[in-house]
Ligand binder design. Structure first.
Ligand code: NAD
Ligand code: TYD
Length: 350
């Protein structure tokens, strides 16, 4: 019997982790703690929110008193920490939001867990979900391994790197039992349309320009979000204590090639002429400090825990496009309100 606190469960990846755990582990109590920022959306969880083993707590991880109350109320035994500010472009505009949530918020959570579990730390696990962006940028060759040194380049990746270091320090100094995973770029249903794939799907639907940064030759290693959730499940239950696992799809794409594949698949599904959506591609001013290439070596999680992706990129992308085409109400809801202002601020005149 476990009472697991999952933070950021109303966000993109968190909602998939919550769904997996609520359905797969009826004997666990799953407590979703989320502040519901612009990126948090309870509509991501309507299929499981009535389950008897699921509870939602609207709490900000910056509020240490409220964290303590939640730990006590639900007798929390373990943490899977996903709550974060997650978008690189926003981190360039507002770095302090990232310092507060990703660094201070993580340390608040570490303190709360350490104090609440102090009777016997060996019975509990603090699992910190992180990103491959902490390793910085790769050149044309090579892969990030678990021993690659940290070299973050954006305020986002610097704040995630700092949070990883705090988790590691709490394991060394206070003997908190921890595990960290560093994953590559995710895509899939419920992805907020500020990130490349859902933003471009939304723009293709609406026949709006597709804003490709710089020369479009930047490379990312894409993983279907449900495969990330499955990896988190494995690392949580079987990962070596105080260790790190890299998670990735062995699936590198240059942005422009990915965008062209997306255009082709969407033209087919929307019954548009071949090549129609590609005409929307517009090169715009580059992102400052833009990391050239990310790519993960996922051999360790494969050999130690037997994890590998279950879908190919073409399958995952097709499922993702179908989901967005079938869930226009979700898409309309998240792109109403402040979204237009964000878009104008980020893209107009660039
Ligand atoms: P997201 O932005 O979709 O969701 C973040 C969630 O955290 C939201 O529900 C938001 O309301 C919540 N949140 C933000 N600040 C909070 C605060 N102060 N207190 C409580 N809740 C707060 O992010 P995501 O893409 O689902 O990413 C989840 C985690 O996975 C992050 O830690 C991110 O760094 C990591 N990660 C993401 C990717 C990716 O490709 N998206 C890849 C690797 C790792
Ligand atoms: P993004 O989805 O923001 O993820 P990250 O920056 O964390 O990897 O961006 C993925 C890639 O797509 C990255 O190289 C930046 C690029 N990009 C664009 O070219 N245009 C856009 O409008 C966005 C949001 C991203």
């Amino acid at each position: 019997m476990k009472n697991i606190l999952i933070t950021g469960g109303a966000g993109f990846i968190g909602s998939h982790v919550i769904r997996l755990f609520v359905n797969k582990y009826p004997n666990y109590k799953i407590v979703n703690l989320d502040a519901l920022t612009y990126a948090g959306n309870l509509e991501n969880l309507t299929d499981i929110d009535q389950a008897s083993n699921y509870v939602f707590e609207k709490v900000n991880i910056l509020d240490a008193d409220a964290l303590k109350t939640v730990f006590t109320k639900h007798n929390i035994t373990d943490v899977i920490h996903l709550a974060a500010e997650s978008h690189v472009d926003r981190s360039i505009l507002s770095p302090m939001d990232f310092v507060y949530t990703n660094i201070v918020g993580t340390v608040n959570l570490l303190n709360t867990a350490k104090d609440f579990w102090k009777e016997d730390l060996t019975k509990h696990l603090f699992y910190h979900v992180s990103t491959d962006e902490v390793y910085g940028a790769l050149g044309e060759t090579g892969l990030f391994t678990e021993t690659t040194s940290y070299s973050p380049n954006s305020p986002y990746s610097a704040s995630k790197a700092a949070s990883d270091h705090f988790v590691r320090a709490y394991a060394e100094t206070y003997h908190l039992q921890t595990v960290i995973s560093n994953c590559s770029n995710n895509y899939g249903p419920f992805h907020f349309p500020e990130k490349l794939i859902p933003l471009f799907i939304n723009n293709i639907i609406n026949k709006k320009p597709l804003p490709v940064y710089g020369d479009g030759l930047y490379t990312r290693d894409w993983l279907f979000v449900k495969d990330h959730a499955l990896a988190i499940d494995l690392v949580f239950h079987q990962g070596k204590l105080n260790d790190t696992y890299n998670i990735g799809g062995f699936n590198e794409w240059k942005n422009i090639d990915l965008v062209k594949l997306l255009c082709t698949q969407m033209d087919e599904k929307l019954g548009r002429q071949k090549g129609e959506s590609e005409q929307l591609i517009t090169y715009i001013k580059d992102r400052p400090g833009h990391d050239r290439r990310y790519a993960i070596d996922a051999i360790k999680i494969n050999t130690e825990l037997g994890w590998k992706p279950t879908v190919t990129f073409e399958q995952g992308l097709a499922q993702t496009i179908d989901w967005y085409l079938q869930n226009t109400e979700w898409l309309n809801n998240v792109t109403s309100g402040n979204y237009a202002k964000y878009y104008e601020n980020m893209y107009d005149g660039r």
